[in-house]
Each structure stands twice: as structure tokens, then as C-alpha cells.
Ligand binder design. Structure first.
Ligand code: FRU
Length: 520
């Protein structure tokens, strides 16, 4: 994002927030259990997506698995429900589905905001942060957003900082030799660091946002960094680049085979490249003139993958389910923004392109309770399955008729609904929220209502897996070949479902609807 907006720091609001945070933490310590927050009952509050109990969040940060726990750090404003005072919030999970909130991990201090970054487990103590007790250090590598004059928020520069923890992420110490990488650029951010085993070195990828470039650096100890190479401009270079990642992704069905994938955000969406990284340089092997997007919806940004996953795990990709077009104004209180569902990544070759396949974690099935099942029906016009809900998962296949448009409406109340469907004439799948019920809160939200992408019927069918979670909707088409993440803000009673088609030769097959239980 461009860093113009600043939230006001009111002393009273700050005090209230600090008290709330202390209270939440206290509940947790006393019970030893994730507390049942009354907070998770508000209008629009997602029930199986991660949200902080209160206040603003944007990018997921520092995703790392360590000692049986998945850590989720996230861009967090401890003092307000809009962007500002960026710090790292913190939650942990043993299954990536249920979360336990922890106190702020790395707070803003001394006019240095804690921007996005990553976390590594320094098993070999390359950084020398381990103490005599032999605790393995976790090291966070983040961008320090340094404000020279608080009265002039545009007067800033960015450099890379580190902090370490010797108690599994509970408490953090900022390194006294910070910053560890400063090239004296105003915009230079979002380091993702990983261990490159063939050369036993740390590799960092980060962006020069306005130059549409990623840079790669290497380090033996996380403290000194040498430039290796650059990638970009490439693909979509019309907007600033942010939040890059570089990782090996397995090729579907070809065990042992993998390719390197470079992903990054570019306002207001993301793109990826598939190719090879030789320890120094990344080379894109997909057609250079084509743009590849992990998500075709308006509300998926800043996604990165987990570091240090147990041997044999598939990569896990987690994104922010919101958009800088209107993120500060969405009508939710006292929290703002959710993370999308964690997604497993693999690669599939479709024609001459390497496509990123995203599947929501299979473990989410543990939340299911079947409420509707039907093998098939054809429907000219509409069919109501009789389920009223905004907290469910749905699977179905569409067998498109000739020149038909067929799909599903959700959040339906009279003429208001969100519509998703396959248009046989254009070969596109679309999602359209322009008729969904909501209060006017930002004209950009109204302006960007319909999203579509070419999809291919597989054996004549369009396969859908859809998650509806109050205000966050995720649609996985054809087993994760095409994905849409989109927010809507309907009133509670806009909760009907309707299957529709424009011609009677379109069919719906294997329809299942599960209510999903709340994770809170
Ligand atoms: C992306 C981003 C990052 C930055 C952070 C600040 O959403 O703009 O580039 O580090 O958010 O909150």
C-alpha cells in the first residue's frame, strides 16, 4: 500500500485497547484453554477464518512451524481499527484451523513501525543468538519503516531488521545491530527468508516496489547480506510490487519432482512465475507474455507460505482476505480483516503452462456437518435447496448446457444475492457481488463488483468447492485451478441459496452442503 493514511493515536482509546488485550491474555492464562470470546458473535464475523479479537490486521507475517505449532504473526494495529502503528500480532495453532491468540510479539517503537517479513528457525545457531540453555532461536526478519518526522508521514525510509526469540516465539528481542540490510531506499521491503540447503546459506527475497523488481540476497548468519541477483519487471508491472515469496512446489502426481515458484502481490491482486532457482538467480519458465494469478477475486493479497514445515509436508499458502481499495472502511467492528483459508500448493501442467493448484487444507473437513445432498437435478430458472445459512461449505459439479449460464446464488434475500456461475458462451467462470445487500461504505467496493476468468470444463464438467463464512467467500474451481476470494456484507437475514440456469439442458451433479462449525 501507499503509506499516507495514519490513524490518530488517542490516549483514551489506547488505554482501553491495552486493557482489553491484557484481559484477553489473562483469560487465556487462567483457563489454559482458548477462551470463548463473546467477540466472535458480531455481524459479518467469519466463523472459520482467522480474525484477531479486536483491531486492524493486514498481511500474514512470519509464518513458521516450530515444535508442533504453526505460528501466525500478522500486521497489526494494537491501537485501532484502521491501518497504523504497525506491529506484529501473534497467534498459534496445532492444526492451522483453531487458533490461540497471544500478546503482540514485536511492537512498533522509536518511530520504527514493524512491517511485513518472515520468520526462520535457526537450528544451527548461525546468528549466534542461542544462550547457554541451548534453546533453538526463532529469528524474525522484517522491514523497519522508519519515520523521520511524525508530522510528515511521507518522510520515511525502509530497511531490514531482525529480532529473535529463545522461548518459542513468546518474547522477542530486537537485535542491537539493526538494521541488517539498508540500501538507503525509501521503499525496500517485505523480506521472505528461507534456508537454501544445497549451499547451506540463508536466502532473502524482497521487493523494490516502485521499480517492479524482486532482489535476492544471501547470508551465512542472518546479519550480513550480499546481493545475488534481481528479477523483474515481469508479468504485471502496472502497480507496485509487495510481499514476495520463493519456494519449491511439488508437481502434482509426480512424487519427488518440484519446481520453484515466485509469488508476489501487486496492487490489488497477486501474480506468480514458475521456473528454476539455482541458489543465485530465478528464471521464469512459463510464457513470459502471460500473467498468472493465484486468485481471481478482489480480496486476496500479501499471501506467503510457511517456513520449516515438517519433512514431506505440502507448502501452505496464507493470504489476507481484503483489498487496499477499501480495506480501512469495511463495516466490521471491533476487528478489521480476516486471513483467507490456508491452502496447500502444487503444480499442474495445463497445455504449455505451469499452473499453481490451491486446495483448502483437507483438515477443514473436521468442521463439516452434512445438511443437504442430492445426486443431480436440472433447473430451468431457479431451485431452492431449502438451506438458510452463511456459514457453510458446498460442493457441486455443473454440466453446462448449450449456450447456458448456470450457477449458484448465495446470501439471497429477494433480489439481493451474490452470484457465481459458468458462462458456456464465453468459457468464463464469474463471481458477481454487485447485487449483494450491503450498506454503502466505499465507492471502490461498489465499483469493483464482477470478476471472471477463463476456465476449462474437465470431462465436460465444472467442479466447484465453495466456502461461505459470513463476509468471506472462497470459490475453488476445478480442484483449485482457479480460485476467487471475495467479501460481501449482507444483513443476517440475507442467507438463502439458489441454483439457477438459463437453459434446461444445464445440470447440477453431486451437490453437497455442509454446515461448518465455528473455530472460536
Ligand atoms: C502489503 C504492505 C506491505 C507492508 C505492509 C505494511 O499489504 O503494504 O508491503 O510491509 O503492508 O502494513
Amino acid at each position: 500500500m501507499k503509506f499516507h493514511s495514519k490513524s490518530l493515536r488517542s490516549t483514551k482509546a489506547r488505554k482501553t485497547c491495552i486493557h482489553l488485550l491484557i484481559f484477553l491474555f489473562f483469560c487465556q492464562v487462567v483457563s489454559g484453554q482458548p477462551p470463548k470470546y463473546r467477540y466472535y458473535k458480531e455481524p459479518f464475523r467469519p466463523q472459520f477464518h482467522f480474525t484477531p479479537p479486536i483491531q486492524w490486521t493486514n498481511d500474514p507475517n512470519g509464518l513458521v512451524w516450530f515444535n508442533g505449532q504453526y505460528h501466525l504473526f500478522y500486521q497489526y494495529n494494537p491501537f485501532g481499527n484502521r491501518w497504523g502503528h504497525m506491529s506484529w500480532g501473534h497467534a498459534i495453532s496445532s492444526d492451522l484451523i483453531h487458533w490461540q491468540h497471544l500478546p503482540v510479539a514485536i511492537p512498533e517503537a522509536d518511530s520504527v513501525m514493524i512491517f511485513s517479513g518472515s520468520c526462520v528457525v535457526d537450528k544451527n545457531n548461525t546468528g549466534g543468538f542461542a544462550d547457554k540453555n541451548g534453546q533453538v532461536p526463532m529469528v524474525a526478519i522484517y522491514t523497519g519503516h522508519i519515520i523521520a518526522n511524525p508530522k510528515l508521514p511521507d518522510d520515511y525510509h525502509q530497511a531490514q531488521y531482525i529480532a529473535y526469540s529463545l522461548d518459542s516465539g513468546k518474547s522477542w528481542t530486537k537485535y542491537s545491530g539493526n538494521p541488517v540490510l539498508d540500501i538507503h531506499k525509501k521503499d525496500f521491503r517485505d523480506p521472505k527468508v528461507f534456508w537454501y540447503e544445497p549451499e547451506k546459506k540463508w536466502v532473502m527475497i524482497l521487493v523494490l516496489p516502485n521499480e517492479h523488481k524482486c532482489q535476492f540476497y544471501a547470508s551465512p548468519n542472518l546479519k550480513t547480506w550480499n546481493l545475488l541477483s534481481e528479477f523483474g519487471p515481469a508479468g504485471d508491472s502496472t502497480q507496485i510490487w509487495e510481499c514476495p515469496d520463493l519456494l519449491q512446489v511439488p508437481v502434482e502426481g509426480n512424487s519427488g519432482n518440484s519446481k520453484w515458484v515466485l509469488t508476489h502481490s501487486t496492487q490489488f491482486t497477486m501474480q506468480y512465475f514458475v521456473g528454476n532457482f539455482d541458489g543465485t538467480k530465478f528464471v521464469n519458465e512459463n510464457p513470459a507474455q502471460k500473467i498468472f494469478r493465484p486468485d481471481q477475486g478482489p480480496d486476496f493479497y500479501a499471501a506467503i507460505t510457511y517456513n520449516n514445515l515438517p519433512e514431506g509436508s505440502q507448502p501452505v499458502f496464507l493470504g489476507w482476505a481484503n483489498s487496499w481499495r477499501y480495506a480501512n472502511d469495511i463495516p466490521t467492528y471491533p476487528w478489521k480483516s480476516a486471513m483467507a483459508l490456508p491452502r496447500n500448493l502444487s503444480l499442474r501442467k495445463v497445455d504449455s503452462d505451469w499452473i499453481l493448484i490451491q486446495k483448502p487444507l483437507q483438515k477443514l473437513e473436521s468442521l463439516r456437518k452434512l445438511v443437504f445432498k442430492q445426486d443431480s437435478f436440472s433447473s430451468k430458472r431457479q431451485y431452492d435447496p431449502g438451506v438458510k445459512s452463511m456459514q457453510f461449505e458446498m460442493e457441486l459439479k455443473i454440466a453446462p448446457g448449450k449456450e447456458s449460464i448456470a450457477g449458484v446464488r448465495i446470501a439471497k434475500k429477494a433480489e439481493h444475492y451474490l452470484e457465481m456461475g459458468y458462462d458456456q458462451k464465453t468459457g468464463e467462470f464469474y463471481v458477481d457481488r454487485s447485487r449483494s445487500e450491503h450498506q454503502a461504505f466505499n465507492h471502490e467496493f461498489d465499483k469493483f463488483g464482477r470478476f471472471s476468468a477463463k476456465v476449462r470444463p474437465i470431462n465436460g464438467l465444472i467442479n466447484l468447492q465453495v466456502f461461505i463464512d459470513k463476509s468471506v467467500i472462497e470459490i475453488y474451481v476445478n480442484g483449485g485451478e482457479t480460485v476467487f476470494t471475495i467479501q460481501i456484507f449482507p444483513n443476517d437475514d440475507a442467507n438463502g441459496i439458489e441454483f439457477f440456469s438459463s437453459s434446461s439442458d444445464a445440470k447440477f451433479l453431486n451437490i453437497k452442503i455442509w454446515e461448518l462449525s465455528s473455530i472460536w
